[in-house]
Design a protein around this ligand. Sequence first.
Ligand code: UDP
Length: 234
Amino acid sequence: MEKRKQIYEGKAKKVYETDNKDFLIQEFKDDATAFDATKRGTIIGKGVVNNKVSAELFELLESKGVETHFVKLLSDRDMLIKRLDIFLIEVTIRNIVAGGMAKLLGLEEGIVLKEPVLEYHYKKDKLHDPLINEYHIKALGLATDDELRIARERSFEINNILKDFFKKRSIDLVDFKLEFGRHKDKVLLGDEISPDTCRLWEHGTKKKLDKDRFRRDLGGIEEAYQEILKRVVG
Ligand code: UDP
């Protein structure tokens, strides 16, 4: 399938229509932004890593019965996906305290949580994607009861699958962000699962192998992304 009209350009991806209205192509860029795009940069090779890592993880999830928008890899930077009506919600799952949770609650990064924490954030850049709860989501009609239940249950399932997968590769899955959407009356996992959207710490050393190296100017960014590609795709 080929790219037709570009219908969206985000911070890290472009999305194109195809000949078939039910399918889109997402192209992963090397552009990186953080702190609501006030920090911008390029991470060479990031698009290729995120495309291949996402594809591998979507295939893993599909093999375990979790439905995703992924259809197939088309090239180093392009994947074919099912068209979703994306909910205006981000689902975050946390296993270890870091980032926004450390800040919000005044906690040390690195505290291992007794059980996973699920958060919803309202996709509203101008307001820095504020934390919301299920009542906000239902009251604003961002998703129905059923859709929300499916997204919530899948998110915990995905956490179990990914935690286990990364553990085998000596990586601790600290936290990650998911996006879900509707496709023909089904709720599917969309977007990407990559070092841009997960915090991944090398087990033992706690070395950050994710976008925090860019956010926090830690250096060795390209190498960290390549290391994740190597461990995930092998
Ligand atoms: N995250 C994301 N997109 C966002 C915000 C967060 O992919 O717009 C990911 C982030 O990489 C991390 C997890 O979601 O793995 C939790 O992020 P957090 O809420 O701690 O926010 P941050 O500290 O990144 O601002």
